[in-house]
Ligand binder design. Sequence first.
Ligand SMILES: Cc1cc2nc3c(=O)[nH]c(=O)nc-3n(C[C@H](O)[C@H](O)[C@H](O)COP(=O)(O)OP(=O)(O)OC[C@H]3O[C@@H](n4cnc5c(N)ncnc54)[C@H](O)[C@@H]3O)c2cc1C
Ligand code: FES
Ligand code: FES
Length: 484
Amino acid sequence: MTDRIRFLLDGTIHEIGPVDPTKTALELLRYDLGRTGSKEGCAEGDCGACTVVVGELVADRIVWRPINACILFVPMLDGRALLTVESLGTPQAPHPIQQAMVDRHGSQCGFCTPGIVMSLYARSIMGAGDAPLNDALAGNLCRCTGYGPILAAARDVPPQPRDDAETIAALRALRRDAPLDLSFDDPLAGAARRWIAPRTVDQLARCLMDHPEAQIVAGATDVGLWVTKAHRVLPVVVHVGDVAELGQIDDGDAEVRIGAGARYADAQAVLARLHPSLDELVRRIGGVQVRNVGTIGGNIANGSPVGDMPPVLIALGARLVLRRGDARRELPLQDYFLDYGKQDRRPSEFIEAVIVPRPPPGRIVHVSKLSKRFDSDISALCGAFAVDVDGGIVTGARIAFGGMAGIPRRAPACEAALVGSAWTRETMERAARALPDDFQPLSDVRGSAAYRLRAAGALLTRMWLQATGGQGAHDLMAMEAIDG
Ligand SMILES: Cc1cc2nc3c(=O)[nH]c(=O)nc-3n(C[C@H](O)[C@H](O)[C@H](O)COP(=O)(O)OP(=O)(O)OC[C@H]3O[C@@H](n4cnc5c(N)ncnc54)[C@H](O)[C@@H]3O)c2cc1C
Ligand code: FES
Ligand code: FES
């Protein structure tokens, strides 16, 4: 057991402790280290004002990612390298990105500016690939300037690869083979709190057997908000983010095995190869900062009725691998969700992986997310469809929705209305009329019950229109404007 963690800040080893395990990296920076450049706008991962860049060793190189410090717990920095806006330049000698923001008038009140600079810095050192600039900045909100000047500044900045040789050597020296077992005497709770971060999946399994009461944390993009917004105290945390095996993805011919700890950013390309519509779906989950830490396993395990991955994974016939100690069991994903807030997971059990069968050639796969904002918004409704058609007749249908019930689930009446019927628009409309037999959705801030039912039916027709040549799909999207 220890009360210290170690990480690199601007290349220098920082040893911190004793430290509250659920203190955020933003609190550490602003209140303990005096680095007030990173701002707190929302404290829930939405605005990007707190964006920092975190580097970690992946094989022999370092991967730098923009991350929201406001929902990043301090022990998640252990063994990693941290860069903040103060790492880049000074008022007298600004970094080229900072200078470009000045030259292009990309800053007014300045509150969002450090976060935007850090997002652009990460992009400039990692290479942008094919990702559009808008995607790189979708997790950074500016309420003053308007995005034109910011985008102009971003376009002025050429790629600037770093020489990371020294950082890589320093990070190697910080590597741990044994679990990080951090203890903190909490004066408010009057008890010790713990953060345990196993390194291997076997260590994780043993650790959860020893601590069935522990709160599992992966990327903390959900759990972080329990602390910053709901002020929950987590006595024992088991962090799965340092278990390399849990992040592995096997892109097989017949099926894809995605480790529960795989982050969206790492899984996106493989999911896109399963079907291109998954690429678009993942691109709309949070901003880059959220996708850099948020995991597929976390999205499933949290059991949210509006999580974006479960509907499409259910439609594709995915199975979960659950592990408790040395015992593993496989479960169809659709059976994991029992009721609102209730999943088929036993004490000490964790999700090890999700296995997704590759759709056979010819299967129609389609997923549509409807949200009030295109980027970085939670779904009002998410529909996923996997349909087989043979000789003009629907021979199989797996249809799943999020946002229509207390859990993500299939639509059996709608599926029954499709299977055996002609592959026509009339069949889609008849199947849509069966949806009220499957779902009695809620009205909430994201959409009314009537909107949800109507839009779910419209998504069926959108799927049909796109599969049969796309005619009229745009008219349909216009029709789907959220009616509140
Ligand atoms: C700004 C913002 C935008 C977001 N946008 C979207 C969005 O568009 N669509 C969407 O679906 N979600 C969205 N989310 C929610 C969140 O990012 C996802 O649900 C994410 O996948 C959670 O993963 P995580 O690794 O961060 O989970 P964590 O927060 O670490 O954990 C979430 C839950 O899963 C459990 N858990 C994690 N891993 C395991 C495991 N291996 N075994 C068992 N239990 C486990 C934890 O105990 C916890 O109960 C957003 C969040 C934020 C902050
Ligand atoms: S303060 Fe808004 S994302 Fe962190
Ligand atoms: S400059 Fe004020 S929020 Fe962006």
